[in-house]
Design a protein around this ligand. Structure first.
Ligand SMILES: C[S@@+](CC[C@H](N)C(=O)[O-])C[C@H]1O[C@@H](n2cnc3c(N)ncnc32)[C@H](O)[C@@H]1O
Length: 220
C-alpha cells in the first residue's frame, strides 16, 4: 500500500463532493480572482476549510493573517470566528485588500477585520511592541512573500499564546523544494524556512502535503 495518495482529478472531485459546500461569500471571492486571472494566488477551498476548522478547534477569538490578497483565506477564517472575534490582517497592497474588505462588508464581517497595510515585517514588529498584543492571538496564517517567512513566523509566534496554532502555506512550493535544479530565491527561502522550523524548540509541528504543503505548528 502506498504511504501517500496521489491526488487525481477524480479523487479531488470526490473530496469536494463529500465536503461541506463552499460558502457563498467565498465562492464570490474565488470567482472574482478567476476573472482577474489571479486565482492561483488564493488558497484552495479545501485548505480554507481546514483553516476554518482549526480556528474553531482552538476556540480562536483573535487571529492574525499575513498575506490577504483579495480575501479568500481571510473570509474563511473570520467566518469561523465567534461574533466578537477579530482578525488582524496584514498586507502590502491597498488595491488587492480593498477587494477583500468589500467582500467582508458584503458578508457582514468587516467590523471584525483590523486591516494593516504595509510591509508585514514592520507591521508585525509594531504589533509585538503594542501593549497587550504579545501573547494575545490564538491562531495565525502565513501566506505572503517567501523571503519573509522566517521573520513572519517569529513575529507571529511572539504574538501567539501558548497552545496557539500557526499555519504556514506553500512549504512544498510546487514540489520545487525537492528538486535540486531549483535554485531560485523563493525556493531557497522556503527550504531555509523549513530547515529552521526543524530545529525550533519553541513549537511542536507537522508538515502536511495538502494543497501546496502546509506546516502546522503549536506554540509550546
Ligand atoms: C499568495 S497571496 C495571499 C493569498 C491569500 N491568503 C488568499 O487566500 O487569497 C500573497 C499576499 O502577500 C502580500 N505580500 C507580499 N509581500 C508582502 C510583504 N512584504 N508584507 C505584507 N504583505 C505582503 C501580497 O500583496 C499578496 O496579497
Amino acid at each position: 500500500m502506498k504511504l501517500e495518495l496521489t491526488m487525481t482529478e477524480a479523487l479531488h472531485d470526490y473530496v469536494t463532493a463529500i465536503s461541506p459546500p463552499e460558502p457563498e461569500p467565498l465562492r464570490a471571492v474565488r470567482e472574482e480572482a478567476g476573472y482577474l486571472g489571479a486565482g492561483m494566488m488564493q488558497v484552495p477551498a479545501q485548505e480554507a476549510r481546514f483553516l476554518a476548522t482549526l480556528v474553531k478547534a482552538v476556540g480562536a477569538r483573535r487571529t492574525l493573517e499575513v498575506g490577504v490578497f483579495t480575501g479568500y483565506s481571510l473570509l474563511a477564517t473570520v467566518l469561523a470566528l465567534p461574533p466578537d472575534g477579530q482578525v488582524v490582517a496584514l498586507d502590502l497592497s491597498e488595491e488587492w485588500t480593498s477587494l477583500a474588505m468589500a467582500h467582508c462588508r458584503r458578508a457582514g464581517v468587516a467590523h471584525q477585520v483590523d486591516l494593516r497595510i504595509g510591509d508585514a515585517r514592520e507591521t508585525l514588529a509594531a504589533l509585538v511592541a503594542e501593549q497587550g498584543a504579545a501573547g494575545s492571538f490564538d491562531f495565525a496564517f502565513i501566506d505572503a512573500n517567501k523571503e519573509g517567512y522566517a521573520d513572519y513566523f517569529d513575529g507571529a509566534l511572539a504574538l501567539l499564546r501558548p497552545g496557539g496554532v500557526i499555519v504556514v502555506d506553500n512549504v512544498l512550493w510546487h514540489g520545487a523544494v525537492a528538486d535540486p535544479d531549483a535554485t531560485d530565491s523563493e525556493t531557497a527561502a522556503v527550504r531555509a524556512f523549513n530547515e529552521r522550523v526543524r530545529n525550533d524548540k519553541r513549537i511542536d509541528y507537522a508538515v502536511l502535503p495538502l494543497a501546496d504543503g502546509m506546516t502546522v505548528a503549536v506554540k509550546r
